[in-house]
Design a protein around this ligand. Sequence first.
Ligand SMILES: Cc1cc2nc3c(=O)[nH]c(=O)nc-3n(C[C@H](O)[C@H](O)[C@H](O)COP(=O)(O)OP(=O)(O)OC[C@H]3O[C@@H](n4cnc5c(N)ncnc54)[C@H](O)[C@@H]3O)c2cc1C
Length: 466
Amino acid sequence: MMAGEMRQPAERRVGNQAVVIGGSIAGLLAARVLADHFDQVTIIERDIYPAEPDFRKGVPQGRHLHVLLLRGLQILNQFFPGLEDELAAAGAPQTDLLGDTLIFTIAGQLPRFKSGVTTRFCSRYLLEWLIRRRLEQNSRIVFRDGCEVINLLANDTSSKIVGVELRFRQGASEAARERDRLGADLVVDASGRDSHAPEWLASLGYGRPRETVINSFLGYATRWYKRPEGFEHDWKGVNVGPHVPDKPRGAALFEVEGGRWVVTLAGIARHYPPIDAPGFLEFARSLTEPVIYEAINAAEPISPIYGYRRTENRWRHYEEMARWPENFLLMGDAMCAFNPVYGQGMSVSAMEALVLEKCLRELQRAQGRNFTGLGRRFQKRLKEVIDTPWLLATGEDFRWPETEGGKPGRVTRLMHQYIDQVIKLSTADRHTALVFVNVLQLTVGPAALFQPAILFPALGQFIRRK
Ligand SMILES: Cc1cc2nc3c(=O)[nH]c(=O)nc-3n(C[C@H](O)[C@H](O)[C@H](O)COP(=O)(O)OP(=O)(O)OC[C@H]3O[C@@H](n4cnc5c(N)ncnc54)[C@H](O)[C@@H]3O)c2cc1C
């Protein structure tokens, strides 16, 4: 049974107050789970939330194309039954990822057929707003927006976090004091890539986590368009991938709510797309496929062009720390942020929320209100969730010699060769295309790519190539 379907009676809850730092996708999902196990959950968000679905400064990536992978949508539908209907009502088109999308790979276009692998294309801020609206109806959840966590508060021995120190921002609805403190039985840091947890933990004597950073120097440039009336097309999305070694440019165009197209151009290995209008169009024209250029050339832009370059894969290895405060957890980009081109971040946050749910249920069964070992257990289990998306994201980055943060080993190089064959096979074989797309949607593990129906033809292809 999912979180929220079963309300815990008071005596079965594991604590009184939980605090979530950061009210974006990971923080909202954490709150959704915590509300079933705590009397009160307070979400501290430094931004003042907009009243309508809209961009906000604390999530600068929100202006760029965000794909909700099928695995993410499935989990969101479980946490918030009916959410997909709300997305539909808001105009987010249902999209069959093979039937409605043109996917151009290194080996050609994937076949188009009704695959049943469907998700909803929408803006990131619509999705966040719908989730937030649901949580606002939950009487156990309190939002404190316009408020920033500036430190953790610990007990005398620093073995336990007892709360957080806050600073209200100007214009905050409750802005009364400059500083405040909020006690907590459990604190979850979901404050994204810029999380201050490494410094906070170091100042409490825990040291800093080891970090793995793998950077392929990918840059984005994004512009929003009004879908032109009468423009003949039979797709809802187009994806043109970059190709090693000499085609570092890629792009995606997705139709989202409001009859809009969001177009993101991407350049890897420092081939950053320009953010001036002629340069943007020219970059689109230079892609290996003309379809995106032809579409945007016929469309009216409704936004400036936004650039973005903070795209490195960054894993803070909290799961390895020798000592850990038992009631402090981290999730989302605060623990591990991915190269966004594979669209994994929000869905991984949703998978992590499932882990949180499982850990809290176990805690409740085994120990009630004793958090001993929870933090370590949770961070170690997140590693299991992160491993596959990390492999997918960094594995592709390692194809580029310009990538910094490590070199591909023999196994990775063999994997590249195998995946090339799988992609080639996908362009001609529907079953392989379906499995391949499901792996990318995180609905099946990469092991599925080694099933006999794919392995043998892929190897045959490879041998014939030699
Ligand atoms: C360019 C780009 C494109 C992307 N595309 C996709 C995609 O297609 N699909 C996908 O699934 N993911 C994508 N991602 C990743 C996705 O945006 C994140 O993984 C997702 O938003 C979850 O992040 P998060 O909630 O952990 O952190 P964030 O979304 O970064 O949110 C952190 C929140 O914490 C708040 N905050 C920060 N510090 C404090 C503090 N001290 N006190 C209080 N509040 C604080 C911030 O204001 C913010 O609201 C993309 C990322 C980038 C950079």
